[in-house]
Design a protein around this ligand. Sequence first.
Ligand SMILES: *Cc1c(COP(=O)(O)O)cnc(C)c1O
Length: 453
Amino acid sequence: MNGSPSRRAIPAVEKILQALAPTSLPRPLVVEVVRQELRRIRAAASVPDSPALVRQINHELALLQRSRLQPLINGSGIILHTNFGRAPLGAAAVRALTEIGSAYNNLEYDLGSGSRGPRAAYLERSLALLSGAESATVVNNCAAALVLIVRHFTRKKTEVIISRGELVQIGGGFRIGEIVEASGARLREVGATNKTTLEDYLRAIGPETALILRVHQSNFFMSGFAHAPPNDEIAKLARGRRTPFVVDLGSGALVATEKFGLAEHEPTPAETLKRGADLVCFSGDKLCGGPQAGIIAGKSRLVAALKRAPLFRALRCDKLIFAALEATVDAHLRKDWAEIPALDLLQTPVAALRTRAEALVRQLAPLNLRIVETKAEIGGGTLPRSVLRSIALEISSENFSPNEIATRLRQATPVVIGYIVKGRFRLDLRTIFPRQDALLAQALRACLTNSSP
Ligand SMILES: *Cc1c(COP(=O)(O)O)cnc(C)c1O
């Protein structure tokens, strides 16, 4: 700060633009940042000197640049991290994005008849097969699927029956109960937090019942004095009262998770439908391992009705989502896990992680790295009890505190994210792709050997 020079001392936009550090941001955005900063100092009591002003604007531009979507190296050990974009896509899905995105395509065109055709016909058919369903369709995300379902079934009757043990909050402020109410339905809560019986459902069901909704607890679990009736019993009750029974599965594991060596069993769409649910919905970007999407599977009649609902049009997906999801679903049908990175990372043997850690430690010899055994998580609100044995690099430095290491690595290119446990900075290798190891080594070397901040 430079005391309070007169208003005239505020430099012109053009002069500042010439003094700024080179940036790849589009010029109109740069100009806007400069103008905004000038407006701010005009309103302030004192005007900084020119170099300070330029430094400040350079800083703002760097922050703006860093707020752009960019890839990062995820050393958190959390495979499906909502903050980091959940499931990374496989190579075939990425190829499909490029091919479909960069050319015209048959999104709504029937190549047989040469006239308008249905959207996502292939995808709906393969998703139905994978889900053991008569029929399936896709919307924006699982929350959208839930809104569509609740809105559709509560047109005439208004009540949605749900167990108090299933009024889940998923991630940042997303509450199942609020979603249902925002869809215009009335919640009819049954049972207690830890115990709901079939009689509770039986007592609640009545002329105003539009739907029985079951929500997979996803991100938490109950143990001890807890009970909920199995799906087939609820399904039988619902069928007797001609009431649709819908299960929100959330993560939607299409493969039985024990097959990947996990301790917990995540209910699959196929087994849930087999036990009598009329419809299930689940996310495309959790254990399904594809792009953000909400998949609805079940009875043909109900899926068809949902597709005719006016709201469906507002929730439909873009061609790019279809392209990436088609490739992901193909990989599921072929059990080609290498094409579904989320499932591939889940299965990496600890020995392979250790070998990579040892190579990194050798490569970065002068740095203070230690190999530690850790536990990685699935994340994304799925399988809260499943921990995966994993390997992390623990990094310490004479020059930097763990917090400073974390900050410096967040500012690296590419960005590297780790975590601090018991005052030590760690990078879990389970969620770092082997192809990123060289870049990671580079970033570590640059951040930890250069002591100037
Ligand atoms: C994650 C989750 C959702 C929300 O899914 P999105 O695809 O993120 O909209 C809904 N229900 C359950 C049970 C979930 O676990």
